[in-house]
Design a protein around this ligand. Structure first.
Ligand code: CA
Ligand code: CA
Length: 293
């Protein structure tokens, strides 16, 4: 009996210790939502040039050309509360806008750009008016995009397994930048902050962080999960990544991933305002801020 009681005590102690560790590291009180009741927010990004925060909302199903996509715009006040919120800043069917299921967001001069199933679309940052709209031939499920310093955009197609290069200043020229098998349902994209032009890609199918070389070949940087990776952003010397399926935010260290937040499945394309991580929780319909440790 005595040894059983001791064993029971030991087990309950270990369980309590494990629980306490979990609370400290990753299962803290869920951050307060900045905005909620959004319909499938996919990307949450900040434009340093204007100070606006933008959220792309798929509204409905992610691959459907249903004409009802939205981009929300707001600022954050000193106390961290959203102000000047425009839920219909860009809305499909309004003001001549075509928008179905927007996902990744990037910035270029006076425009914000979003992917939209088989197009990339530009909208004026101040008015929301449509700018250039570029069709990507043979695209099936465009997901993330990133602006290159040379004025081009790199765009991932998760279903086609391709990275496209789009050149709005060259007549909207579109080319396939990479289509290696290793791309395995590419999702999040980022460029080396050092300016080398090296493109980083997260794979949805295999959970890998890859680099794409200038000739389009790919190499593994680090394996981060079994699959389901979504967004990637650089902040204060580290790469932060969302694992959509597991509902985690990870730091991608050379030795492997470290979890800094664990919530519900559906954490999609995260951004940063230079101080905090901007995290969309797509299936919960909300966005929140996360301070890296
Ligand atoms: Ca939609
Ligand atoms: Ca994405």
């Amino acid at each position: 009996m005595g040894s059983h009681r001791n064993l029971a005590f030991l087990l309950s102690f270990l369980a309590a210790a494990g629980c306490a560790r979990g609370q400290e590291s990753t299962e803290a009180t869920p951050p307060e939502a900045l905005l909620s009741d959004l319909d499938h927010p996919e990307s949450f990004q900040f434009d340093p040039a204007t100070g606006w925060y933008f959220v792309s909302c798929i509204v409905g199903k992610p691959g459907e050309k249903d004409g009802n996509g939205e981009v929300v715009r707001f600022r954050l006040a000193e106390d961290g509360k959203p102000v000047d919120v425009r839920l219909d800043f860009v809305r499909g069917g309004k003001n001549g806008v075509t928008l179905h299921a927007p996902k990744g967001i990037a910035f270029d001069g006076s425009h914000l750009w979003v992917t939209d199933v088989d197009h990339v679309r530009a909208f004026d940052k101040e008015t929301g008016a449509p700018g250039p709209q570029i069709e990507i031939p043979d695209a099936k499920f465009l997901n993330d995009l990133v602006a290159s310093p040379d004025g081009a955009f790199y765009v991932s197609d998760t279903m086609e397994g391709k990275i496209f290069r789009v050149e709005p200043h060259d007549g909207g020229r579109v080319s396939v930048y990479s289509e290696e098998e290793r791309l395995a349902n590419p999702n999040g994209l980022a460029l080396d902050p050092g300016g080398s032009g090296r493109l980083l890609v997260l794979t949805w199918k295999t959970g890998e962080l890859l680099q794409v070389h200038a000739n389009g070949t790919t190499g593994l940087l680090v394996k981060l999960s079994e699959g389901g990776l979504d967004g990637i952003v650089w902040l204060e010397g580290a790469w932060y990544v969302t694992d959509y399926k597991a509902g985690k935010v990870l730091v991608a260290g050379e030795a492997g991933p470290r979890v800094i937040f664990e919530g519900k499945a559906g954490l999609a394309d995260l951004g940063t305002d230079g101080k905090r991580l901007l995290v969309p929780s797509m299936e919960e319909g909300k966005v929140f801020l996360l301070s890296p440790e």
